[in-house]
Design a protein around this ligand. Structure first.
Ligand code: UD1
Length: 334
């Protein structure tokens, strides 16, 4: 059975991907430093999958430990999620982001090379496009200056991987996610923010649950149909599946460095998210307007046709389903 190292394997996208990998017959080995996740996710993944999961509580900066993990396991491919990901925090503390996100990938590439592991799937983001000149944005769009240090780290990491693909014969798939939302149907794993949630849906869930008074909608003067910012929200289960499909297609792709947009292909405003959440879950979300958040772009959604065509991947879940599972997960936390 092919062994896949999943870095950041207990995080939001990592945990859903791990489950999807097991369901498709892969043997994921999870690595996480628990900086933004909890160890009990391992138990939950084991009970959902009915499989024993190998987990390493380790940091990628520890190259000796990482080398040992590669020596002890025959790792065929890596899916690299481990990184900090809050746009606002990255503006306030840029060095935390540059230091962690770039150094961890650098260690990983070195150790992969030492161990002749040649395949990597990288967790990139639509943030590499900055404020795109044309939407829907496709992969040929010129990379603009990112709006945040977080975005810049994703751009730099893609560049490191592109150079490594030619220098070390690495085979790279970089998946540019738009905005992942929702949870596993069981409501047993989901997005687990530690401290105050930075992302929209976890914050909405906590307001609806009465944990927080109100949501602040950042910006009502954007040049959009209702003045609030527009994003392309994609269901976490669809996103997890895209990683499993990418693994299977890895060898068949002609190029050594491949980028794919992963999104629904349509844009939704913050107000539309609030209204839909209230409607499908029968709950109230109190909100008020506040100034724009530093680092935010006005509107972005993608053209996902390259992934549809070359990976044969399509989204299956609606926005309504994602917002229902997000709320189911929140209710289970109460
Ligand atoms: C950004 C990245 C995305 C990445 C994510 C990781 C861009 C365009 N997108 O998402 O690729 O996966 O970071 O964290 O850079 N909002 C509020 N109030 C809140 C929280 C959010 O109004 O309390 C608004 C934001 O201003 C934004 C939308 O909701 O318009 C979505 O925000 P969020 O969930 O934080 O994701 P992005 O910043 O879009």
């Amino acid at each position: 059975m092919k062994k896949i190292l999943v870095t950041g394997g207990l995080g939001y996208i990592g945990s859903h991907t791990a489950l999807s990998l097991i369901e498709k017959g892969y043997d994921p080995i999870l690595l996480d430093n628990l900086s933004n996740s909890e160890q009990f996710i391992v138990d939950r993944l084991e009970s959902l999958s009915k499989k024993k999961i190998k987990f390493y509580n380790s940091d990628l900066s520890d190259e000796l430990a990482l080398n040992q993990i590669f020596s002890d396991n025959e790792i065929d491919s890596v899916i690299h999620f481990a990184a900090f990901k809050a746009v606002g925090e990255s503006v306030a503390n840029p060095i935390k982001y540059f230091s962690n996100n770039i150094n961890s990938l650098s260690s990983l590439i070195k150790v992969m090379n030492n161990n002749k592991c040649k395949k990597i799937i990288f967790s990139s983001s639509c943030t590499v496009y900055g404020e795109p000149k044309k939407i829907p944005v496709d992969e040929k769009a010129k990379i603009q200056k990112a709006h945040s240090p977080y975005g810049e780290t994703k751009q730099i990491c893609e560049s490191m991987l592109e150079h490594s693909a030619s220098a070390y014969d690495l085979k790279v798939i970089s998946l540019r996610y738009f905005n992942p939302i929702g949870a596993h149907d069981s409501g047993v794993i989901g997005e687990l923010p530690i401290g105050t949630p930075q992302n929209l849906i976890p914050f909405i869930c906590q307001v609806a649950a009465g944990i927080r008074d109100k949501l602040l909608v950042w910006g009502k003067d954007y040049d959009t149909y209702d003045g609030t910012a527009i994003r392309d929200y994609i269901d976490i289960n669809d996103l997890a599946d895209a990683h499993v499909i990418s693994l299977a297609k890895h060898d068949a792709l002609e190029d050594n460095f491949n980028v794919f947009n992963l999104g629904s292909g349509s844009g939704t405003s913050v107000l539309e998210i609030i209204e839909t959440f209230e409607k499908v879950n029968g709950v109230k979300v109190n909100y008020e307007y506040a100034d724009r958040r530093l680092g935010d772009v006005e509107k972005i959604y993608c053209d996902p046709s390259k992934a549809n065509r070359l990976l044969n991947w399509n989204t299956k879940r609606s926005l309504e389903e994602s917002l229902k599972t997000a709320w189911r997960w929140q209710e289970n936390l109460l």
